[in-house]
Design a protein around this ligand. Structure first.
Ligand SMILES: NC(=O)c1ccc[n+]([C@@H]2O[C@H](COP(=O)([O-])OP(=O)(O)OC[C@H]3O[C@@H](n4cnc5c(N)ncnc54)[C@H](O)[C@@H]3O)[C@@H](O)[C@H]2O)c1
Length: 415
């Protein structure tokens, strides 16, 4: 048997094709610890397209399974990479974990606390459940975390995370506008929630709301990414979608550390497209570029402004791990590689981290609990809008506040 992790990718849609590019990026580092032995999708056309893409990218055609049951029964598979839509995560992850197979599951881990907990509870103590969350793997985000850990901003009062403005087009897939299959307000909000917890530690509470800014969404002219999976997915989309899931979420979070965070994701409206991530402390501020652009974080303090690599002067011990360095370059806290290559690089890093945890023992960087807490933070904002008050994370995590989620859980048979 190979010393690499024998992996089956489940879910061969848009993100599945990006995971294949992530595996190819990992292979190029010379440090790959994964062998893709199979792909699985309930849609045969998607599974076969992914198998052909994998052969082209990785030089080996994986086996094709058309059901999770068949894949779990395949003795050649040690672990699963789950890239199905979020509403199906629990249904595919739980049986895999119960069969003692390790699982890396795309964010959001689940759409509700119950669905996330079903996965966490299904993992035996020695079975790895990891959450695939790519944004924090971006070298500029590694730098931000190091700046905060070194205390270069002094006491931090405030973080802002805003992504506001957009249009009335379908965002990526129709299911992202369906409450029961995964509202885009959750789908994107969870990325930002993970960044916030990565920078600042655990959430304490949220006051906010979620809403549908666009009552009708229309098919866009071009896919968001130029891959066969994205092109084919766009071609089969309806002209319009009437959303049932919230496209927008606005929240004020309090972190357990006391830091206040303002977050808004409102992908609607032809006005100014406003994206901002910044941290403000007693000694200075840090503004952070959009993830996967390679832009330089800017540190501004009384003694001047430092950009990107210049900040490393203040952080003599800063290093990126070996896989990240091989993909982005040594200490590449700013970079110029194209978006698609950066995206593949982040997926390579998270997959390598998962396989290391399975093969060598230890924890993945983001386990099931880390996936759950990011989901719970966004749900706290959703539930706050319904309850009309601030909601604590413990109320979300212990299930005592769940009005928004109950309908989804009922539909999934979890309630
Ligand atoms: N981290 C990121 O930047 C990022 C970006 C895009 C998507 N995602 C995540 O990846 C996941 C997939 O998103 P997508 O855009 O690729 O969706 P998609 O709809 O394009 O693809 C999902 C695929 O899963 C298959 N599938 C559904 N249920 C299945 C089951 N029970 N067994 C086997 N196959 C099944 C579908 O047939 C489809 O081919 C979601 O969780 C999404 O949030 C993450």
């Amino acid at each position: 048997m190979s010393d690499k992790l024998a992996l089956c990718m489940v879910g061969c849609g848009g993100m599945g094709s990006r995971h294949l590019r992530g595996l190819a990026s990992l292979a190029r580092t010379g440090l790959s610890n994964i062998e893709l032995v199979a792909v699985c999708d309930v849609r045969e056309d998607n599974a076969k397209r992914a198998a052909a893409e994998a052969e082209e990218l990785l030089g080996r055609r994986p086996a094709v399974h058309l059901s999770m049951a068949k894949a779990i029964a395949d003795p050649a598979i040690q672990a699963f990479d789950i890239v199905t839509d979020a509403s199906s995560h629990a249904a595919v992850v739980v049986p895999a974990l119960q069969a003692s197979k390790a699982v890396l599951c795309e964010k959001p881990l689940g759409l509700t606390v119950r669905s996330c907990r079903a996965m966490i509870d299904a993992a035996a103590a020695n079975t790895v459940l990891a959450t695939a969350e790519n944004y924090r793997r971006d070298p500029p985000n590694r730098l931000v975390r190091a700046v905060l850990e070194a205390g270069l901003l002094g006491h931090v009062h405030l973080m802002n995370q805003f992504s506001v403005g957009g249009d009335d087009k379908i965002i990526i897939t129709p299911w992202r506008h369906d409450k029961h299959r995964g509202a885009i307000g959750m789908d994107m909000g969870v990325h930002y929630a993970d960044i916030i917890q990565y920078y600042l530690g655990p959430f304490e509470s949220a006051a906010g709301d979620a809403f549908m800014a666009e009552p009708i969404r229309h098919r866009r002219a071009k896919p968001e990414m130029d891959t066969p999976a994205y092109r084919e997915r766009l071609a089969e989309m309806p002209e319009t979608v009437i959303p049932t899931g919230e496209d927008s979420v606005v929240a004020n979070f309090r972190m357990q550390s006391g830091v206040l965070v303002q977050m808004a994701y409102v992908p609607s409206g032809p006005g100014e497209r406003w994206w901002q991530r910044s941290l403000h402390g007693r000694l200075g501020s840090l503004s952070v570029p959009r993830d996967r652009t390679g832009g330089a974080p800017v540190l501004q303090r009384a003694d001047g402004i430092l950009r990107g690599r210049e900040i490393l002067r203040e952080l003599p011990d800063f290093t990126l791990d070996e896989v990240t360095s091989r993909i982005f370059g040594d200490n590449a806290v700013e970079y110029t590689i194209p978006f698609n290559d950066a995206d593949a690089g982040h997926i390579a890093i998270e997959m390598h981290d998962f396989a290391r945890a399975v093969l060598e023992g230890g924890q993945p960087e983001i386990d099931g609990w880390g996936g759950l807490t990011a989901v719970a933070a966004v749900l706290a904002a959703f539930e706050s809008g319904i309850a009309g008050r601030t909601i604590t994370l413990s109320e979300i995590l212990d299930g005592s506040v769940s009005a928004y989620q109950d309908e989804i859980d009922r539909a999934q048979g979890l309630l």
